[in-house]
Ligand binder design. Structure first.
Ligand SMILES: C[S@@+](CC[C@H](N)C(=O)[O-])C[C@H]1O[C@@H](n2cnc3c(N)ncnc32)[C@H](O)[C@@H]1O
Length: 251
């Protein structure tokens, strides 16, 4: 049976989405910082992702994209990050002599592509959260997740400390999406020594803000970078990206 989605409206009003859609539809393409040739004139919405700046624009973007996201990203562009992140998490858990049976939170789970890859790697005890209601509806329909809930990671998670054995965030640190400061919130909800895996594209990585936050987290002794690998992100659009795993500090 599909899990019931725990709805918690963020301060970003979903009712404001139609206004935001109208506002951005006419100007988004002018503001695209980065669009690959394969997508520039095509019907897909990938290019818009790189023009987003605010949470309300991002909510509107996924409201429009939810129906066709899987087809464009996975079927047409060969989205590689979910499988890469699941493999990296598996490798780190195995190095820690851990098990894939623990509870995993898939942050920004979207339609469930990241959850599917985690499940296929053996992580079957999965919860997911996202701030987009239409994306969560699609995640629920996959039947992959035990629990799903609405959450805006830039506002924080309504989850007690150390609830999860691992946390994943695949394709969610990006322009107008989750900010690097949310890394500390993800580390708060993972157990001591627990891994947090993140997959992100080169364009966001190259801004440097994510890397600076990882450096600060290590300097503060909150977590250690235990895995870092460059490779495919969206090979069909010739976009590459990084997978990193942080391990929360122990006691
Ligand atoms: C590119 S999709 C990735 C979805 C999924 N993880 C995957 O790999 O297919 C990014 C997701 O992040 C979500 N998202 C963006 N900003 C967010 C925020 N501030 N809080 C929670 N979710 C957010 C979007 O709604 C969207 O579902």
């Amino acid at each position: 049976m599909d899990p019931e989605i725990y709805r918690k409206q963020s301060s970003l009003r979903h009712s404001a989405i139609p206004e935001a859609l109208t506002e951005i539809s006419g100007r988004l393409l002018h503001r695209v910082r980065y669009v690959r040739d394969t997508n520039e004139s095509g019907p897909g919405l990938l290019g818009h992702s790189y023009a987003l700046e605010t949470g309300i624009e991002t909510l509107a973007h996924y409201e429009a994209w939810a129906d066709t996201y899987d087809k464009e990203i996975s079927e047409e562009l060969g989205y590689a990050q979910p499988v890469r992140c699941a493999a990296a998490l598996s490798a780190v858990v195995s190095n820690q002599n851990g098990t894939t049976a623990g509870r995993v939170l898939d942050v920004g789970c979207g339609t469930g592509l990241s959850g599917l890859a985690l499940k296929q790697a053996g992580f079957t005890n999965l919860d997911g959260c996202d701030f987009s209601a239409p994306m969560l509806d699609r995640a629920a329909a996959t039947g992959i997740y035990q629990q799903l809930f609405e959450a805006d990671l830039n506002e924080g998670l309504d989850v007690p400390d150390e609830t999860y054995d691992a946390v994943a965030a695949v394709g969610v640190f990006s322009f107008g999406h989750i900010q690097p400061s949310a890394l500390r919130e993800m580390l708060r909800v993972v157990r001591l020594n627990g891994p947090v895996v993140i997959g992100l594209n080169d364009h966001y990585w190259d801004l440097g803000t994510f890397q600076s936050e990882v450096d600060a987290i290590e300097t503060d002794g909150v977590a250690t970078l235990v895995f870092r690998e460059h490779g495919d992100h969206l090979p069909g659009a010739d976009i590459q990206g990084w997978v990193v795993v942080l391990a929360k500090a122990g006691d």
